[in-house]
Design a protein around this ligand. Structure first.
Ligand code: GKR
Ligand code: MG
Length: 434
């Protein structure tokens, strides 16, 4: 089989005003969608980080992709994963996902690999999860992902989306948001995005969520490195009970050293809550140091920047060997990414937590998958009985997303700029803040 065309579609989708230590989400988030067409007219698809730079990186390699055999592509382009961009500087501490120049190559490769696997799956009539070694689960559990948010459902003016969840800037409103997500999607666990308010308020938010849902619902809190080591230890101590029973404390402090100090401090106080990360540990190169310093007990994988689905499987094996848990990171995305995440998770044995997804935050109006949004039932996404990723593109919706991309003023995610524009003109991302 030979690839004869590679198309990159830069699209925009509405996104609600969610808060994190990065700042504020803009009214539109950006994504890139790629199509690889084979000589016999089959098309494989993938979705990845949005905006100008990721699109340029994809276009730059199209000459190597067109003419290649998708079955051999991985071998031919392995340098994308193991070449440039290695080293410890790949930490995401100061980068919003998709804007870290040091993981460009693995992000680019991941998108191409996903589209190749979709293409091969369509050619041989097999789902992607079965091509990469076979599924270990038919459906993949995801967790609710509540955020503090301002009023608004994303989009602007005539193009504004319904604000399904309303403003949520207090512990009580957050509990309401989680309830709504549980009712609609049947989630069984909660990953709460903190790093926005004084830690006392965020501790209270977790306590109220715990009170509402009880100890059978695992809870996680992720302030994206907004806390000092001391604050992280205090929060870990205060939430010892609430984060027990399958929860974790995600990226409380900065970097491997910060995480290691938090872990040591917590253990000294007899708090065994695992520390999870998608900020301090973001590549294979980080693992030896993290293991040596006992910094991170749960790694959040993400095929979009770990270099594709098969790298996620390798990561699973490494985690298993070192007794590290494996969860999955997410960033604002549509249905093609959700399906790729689901296939990767379905074929990764050592996945020890429900995965993250931003999917509930996106509107059906922006979905690019033919037939509309992917169902999440009982908190799970099923592997469809279809070849490849199991979803096709809706080309009218792609055209709509492209037109929106042309209209929006930004070409990359910049949560600090949004904070300054809508919340506080002097806001700066300060790490650690508390
Ligand atoms: O969407 O604001 C957000 C999140 O903070 C996202 O950018 C993070 O990458 O979800 C992510 C995380 O777990 O750190
Ligand atoms: Mg995180």
């Amino acid at each position: 089989m030979k690839i004869v065309d590679m198309r990159v579609h830069s699209i925009a989708m509405a996104d609600p005003p969610l808060r994190s230590s990065y700042g504020l989400h803009a009214p539109y988030a950006l994504r890139n969608v790629i199509e690889l067409e084979s000589e016999d007219g089959l098309v494989g698809i993938a979705e990845t980080y949005g905006g100008e730079k990721p699109a340029a990186a994809l276009r730059e390699v199209s000459g190597r992709v067109v003419g290649a055999n998708p079955y051999r592509l991985t071998g031919d382009l392995l340098g994308f994963v193991e070449g440039e961009g290695g080293g410890l500087d790949r930490s995401q501490t100061y980068h919003v996902p998709g804007e870290n120049p040091l993981d460009t190559s693995s992000r680019t490769y991941a998108a191409i690999e996903t589209a190749c696997l979709d293409l091969i799956g369509r050619a041989v009539g097999q789902p992607v999860c079965d091509l990469i070694g076979g599924r270990v689960r038919n459906e993949v559990p995801f967790s609710a992902y509540p955020f503090y948010k301002h009023g608004g459902g994303g989009g602007e003016g005539d193009d504004a989306r319904e604000d399904k969840y309303g403003e949520a800037l207090s512990p009580e409103a957050l509990v309401g948001q989680v309830k709504q997500m549980f009712d609609e999607y049947g989630f069984g666990s909660v990953k709460f995005k903190g790093g926005v308010f004084d830690p006392e308020i965020e501790v209270e938010t977790i306590r109220q969520i715990r009170q509402e849902f009880g100890p059978s619902v695992p809870l996680r809190i992720d302030p994206n490195s907004a806390w000092t080591v001391e604050t992280s230890i205090k929060v870990g101590r205060d939430l010892k009970e609430e984060l027990s029973g399958g929860g974790y404390l995600e990226d409380p402090a900065m970097g491997i050293d910060g995480m290691a100090a938090v872990r040591a401090g917590l253990l000294a106080e007899d708090v065994d809550t695992p520390l999870a990360s998608n900020v301090a540990v973001t590549s294979f190169e980080h693992i030896p140091e993290s293991v040596k310093k006992e910094a991170v007990q749960v790694i959040l994988c993400d095929h979009h920047y770990w270099g594709g689905m098969r790298q996620v499987q390798y990561l699973g094996k490494i985690c298993q060997v070192f007794g590290i848990g494996l969860s999955m990171h997410s960033n604002s995305h549509l249905g093609v990414s959700l399906m790729a995440m689901t296939h990767a998770a379905a074929a990764t044995k050592h996945l020890t937590y429900a995965c993250d997804t931003h999917y509930p935050w996106q509107s059906e109006k922006d979905e690019i998958v033919a037939g509309g949004r992917i169902p999440i039932v009982n908190g799970c996404v099923k592997i469809p009985k279809k070849p490849g990723l199991g979803v096709d593109l809706d080309y009218d919706q792609i055209a709509r997303g492209k037109a929106l991309f042309e209209k929006v003023p930004y070409r990359k995610r910049d949560d600090q700029a949004e904070m300054r524009m809508h919340v506080d003109p002097n806001w700066e991302r300060v790490l650690p803040r508390w």
